[in-house]
Design a protein around this ligand. Structure first.
Ligand code: ADP
Length: 255
């Protein structure tokens, strides 16, 4: 789509013609459309837990409501919904910060092994609860030139997904260098993805199995955040997955 801009041209104070510029605005329109869609999706995601909370408060407030058991159950459910809202708002804020074009990375030579250890220790409990073993296969001692806080976030998001979408099994973080690239892989033996799902999982709010993701407290934004951080690094993320067997999320950095 094009927008025409006409500029009168004057020479020595006399009108001598008109310059017409055609500007390709399809990208701008596309951007606006995506932003509108994003706001609509975000509002929908926020509205759902709010509606549940409202409904429950209404019932609890009824004068004829005295059932203590149900009251306790409702309070528990309300806590879950509040927690969901909390995660959602945090993820939304993070994503909007990441999409600012002014995003500045604080890059330094980083020991990936230390980052993996940090990520493992904060997810240890969640893994143990499902009898999941966390292991590493770090084949390079090279340091990675990256923003350590942001890459820790990437590892945390990928690892917590690997835990969420596995019933049990082993999760491995592998790193190696090849053709001047630095690779990090997060490999799980979880539920895996169907071919047609793989293209969509980086879309904001996309969830393969809504019920399972919701139960796991996912916002549907984790992988969008990962993708934004990788884009900012000039890197790439790719996925290989076998449905029912497991997935491998591969990060590629130009080191
Ligand atoms: P969520 O908060 O729902 O986990 P994400 O953006 O992190 O959102 O992931 C999007 C969807 O991709 C998830 O809902 C899930 O269906 C799928 N997914 C992500 N990681 C994995 C994985 N390791 N194994 C299988 N499916 C996954």
């Amino acid at each position: 789509e094009y927008q025409a801009i006409s500029v009168p041209v004057t020479a020595k104070g006399h009108y001598s013609g008109c310059l017409v510029l055609f500007q390709d605005i399809s990208k701008t329109l596309e951007g606006e459309k995506m932003q509108k869609r994003f706001i609509a999706d975000a509002s929908h995601e926020l509205k759902t837990p709010i509606a549940v909370l409202k409904g429950m408060i209404e019932i609890l407030n009824r004068e004829d409501f005295h059932d203590e058991e149900t009251q306790k159950e409702f309070l528990k459910q309300m806590e879950v919904e509040i927690e969901r809202l909390d995660i959602l708002v945090k993820d939304l804020l993070q994503l909007s910060r990441l999409s600012l074009s002014t995003l500045i990375l604080e890059r330094e030579k980083t020991d990936v092994k230390k980052l993996v250890e940090k990520a493992f220790s904060s997810l240890k409990k969640k893994a143990q609860d499902k009898n999941i073993v966390l292991t590493t296969d770090l084949k390079t001692d090279e340091l990675l030139f990256c923003d350590p806080k942001k890459i820790l976030q990437v590892l945390l998001n990928l690892l917590s997904n690997a835990i969420k979408y596995s019933d049990t099994g082993t999760i491995t973080v592998r790193s190696y260098t090849e053709d001047a690239y630095y690779f990090i892989e997060v490999i799980d033996e979880g539920c895996g993805l169907k071919k047609e799902e793989i293209d969509k999982i980086f879309d904001r709010f996309y969830r393969v199995d809504d019920a399972r993701s919701r139960k796991n407290g996912g916002s549907g934004l984790g992988l969008s955040i990962v993708k934004s951080i990788m884009d900012a690094h000039g890197g790439e993320i790719s996925v290989e997955s076998t449905y029912g067997k497991g997935s491998c999320f591969r990060l590629r950095f130009n080191n």
